[in-house]
Write a protein of this length. Sequence first.
Length: 285
Amino acid sequence: MNANHPAWVPHSGARESLLSSASLGWSGFGAELLGISAGTHCLPAFAEHRVGVHVGAPVRAVCRCDGQRAARIQAHGDADVVPAGVDGEWSDDASCTVLRIWFADDFVRTTVDQLGPRSAHAHIRPQLQLRDARVQHLAWAMRAELEAEHACDPLYAESLCTAMIVRLAGAAPAGDGKRRTLSSRAAARVIDYIDAHLDGRLTLTELAALVELSVPHFKVLFRETMGVPLHRYVVQRRVERARELLLQGRSNASQVALEAGFAHQSHMAHWMKRLLGVTPRELLR
């Protein structure tokens, strides 16, 4: 650590939160877009695993983390991976923006444990200036969720985070070499459960448990079975439910939105317009 610098604390005055997932209903993980001023920032060890992705113009930086030191030019998309329990120091010569993604340790452990035989050697390790196209793609998708006027279902963010953990842990879900789709009985069980709980919060963990599969494996099999990712299927079903309720005319639009599982009326209108091409008002006309 720099002995000439006073101890810094997370989210000090030199770190401004620009966007946050705090209000999006995410559980076990989160994301925040931070504006960070030039200077040296000493961050203590956290209970969560963190990924900091540089956004925008390059800056010169010196980083120290877990015995590693790197002097580099931090470019758009470069990521620093800091596991739980690890502290570090970052010095930037200019102000910058960072997308900070975090995962609770139990969320990571559960995901990694479900990777099957490969989980024995899978773990998140410190990495400075990671340049990985897959990680960048997932990070930008999470950033889009923060910036969207109407974010997707939390199920989508959970899916992104699960995929990022698997990538960072250096493993992939183990398949049995035979099973490529859900059985008809398993698919029916999941679909029936989704339809019965559209108005509540659905999670990958509870849906995978219905058919006794790991979350990573379940995601793959569901997509292959239904032809769309799980989060997309859920949104489509919510739009269909909202359409049915609106045409029945027994509830107003605000009540329909809640019964179909949307956060609010404008959230429902956004997805109806996107998937059906009409707003609720246009539909009723």
